[in-house]
Structure formats: structure tokens, C-alpha cells
Ligand binder design. Structure first.
Ligand SMILES: [Zn+2]
Length: 202
């Protein structure tokens, strides 16, 4: 894995980017750390967060064909970005509790037959505007529903489900699906041996 891969939150998990601008929403979610796999949180410090955002905006630009204006972050933005990530994860897990309205501040422009937008300002507010607008577009085209968090509770990697019926639940069957299936079958075997209900094996 080279340094480019580690700064790309989705890339370091060897997952393909979600289509179009939805990749930014996915990248935000995959910036989270996975302590059990020694994967660091990319929103843990200012330098890692800026490197993450620059790389994500580059992918966003490549996939949307739009010019990415550099959004500068400071250490003060980190708590808001982590809160945003937490809220956005709720959209995927249906645990979103609070239908809080989110103001977005963008410049809209019409060119070549379509509207495009650029967030105003810098910092967490600009990222928040961009993430919400990309999610809005993706929720109208049906792609947001295919963005999923791996069902392994110690993983949570966010992948784009290309399966025909959108039924995929693991980010990787080999690492997460098999591990959990194995644990469940071991727990069942122990329960059978003891003749008592299985303890939770998590
Ligand atoms: Zn997983």
C-alpha cells in the first residue's frame, strides 16, 4: 500500500468508489478508524484530515468532471466533521434520529445544459454543504440506497452495492462475512455442547 492509498479513505479499504459525486459521502464515512484492524481515523488530526479531503476532492472532481476548489481545514473543523460523519452514517443504518434541517451554502451555476454547484467558504461548513447536496442528488437518482455499511460491527466499511437486488451486506465476504459466519457457527456448537443458549460472541 503506498501513501496515496492510505490517504484515500475508501481506497485504503480496497473498495471501489461509489459513482459520481456520491464518492465524497462514501469517503467521509470511510475516513473512520477501525481500531481492531489498526486502521487510523483520518479525522483525528488536522494534517491527516486535510490530506484526506484533498484526495477525496480529487476523486470527486475526476468522477463529476467538475473543478474542485481546494477546501482548507483547520483543527477547529475536526469535531464538526466527525459529527457530520456520525450523522451521515445514520442515513445508512436507519438510525437517523433527528430530522434537523441542514442549511447548505453553495453557488449554483447553469452551464452546458445542467446545474452545478460549488460550496462557499472553507472548513467543515463547506464539506457539510457538499456532502448534503451530493446525498440529495444520490437520493433522487436511487444511488444513495446502494451505499451501505458492512454489517460486521467491528468493520463498518462503506461500500457501493452493485448486486442486482441490492442485497449485499458485507464489504468483503472473505474477511467479514466468513469471520462472522464462523463465529456464529462456533457459538451454536458451544451452545449445543452445553445444552444452553449461546453467549454473545462479540
Ligand atoms: Zn467489513
Amino acid at each position: 500500500m503506498n501513501s496515496d492509498d492510505t490517504s484515500r479513505s475508501t481506497g485504503r479499504l480496497l473498495l471501489a468508489a461509489a459513482p459520481g459525486g456520491l464518492c465524497l459521502v462514501q469517503d467521509l464515512l470511510n475516513s473512520a478508524g477501525m481500531p481492531e484492524a489498526s486502521v487510523p481515523d483520518l479525522l483525528d488530526n488536522e494534517s491527516a484530515a486535510q490530506t484526506w479531503l484533498d484526495a477525496s476532492m480529487q476523486t470527486w472532481s475526476e468522477q463529476t468532471g467538475r473543478t474542485a476548489r481546494r477546501i482548507a481545514l483547520s483543527g477547529d473543523d475536526l469535531p464538526a466533521l466527525r459529527d457530520l460523519r456520525h450523522d451521515v452514517r445514520g442515513w445508512l443504518t436507519s438510525e437517523a434520529e433527528d430530522p434537523t434541517p441542514h442549511p447548505v451554502d453553495v453557488d449554483l451555476s447553469f452551464r452546458d445544459g445542467r446545474f452545478s454547484f460549488q460550496p462557499k467558504g472553507d472548513g467543515a461548513a463547506a464539506v457539510t454543504s457538499l456532502v448534503h447536496l451530493e446525498a440529495l442528488l444520490a437520493s433522487h437518482t436511487g444511488t444513495l440506497a446502494r451505499l451501505k455499511a458492512c454489517m460486521n460491527p467491528s468493520c463498518g466499511a462503506v461500500f457501493y452495492d452493485l448486486s442486482r437486488n441490492a442485497t449485499r451486506v458485507w464489504h468483503d465476504m472473505k474477511t467479514c462475512g466468513n469471520t462472522l459466519n464462523l463465529r456464529a457457527s462456533r457459538a451454536r456448537r458451544r451452545a449445543t455442547a452445553k445444552g444452553s443458549p449461546a453467549d454473545s460472541d462479540r
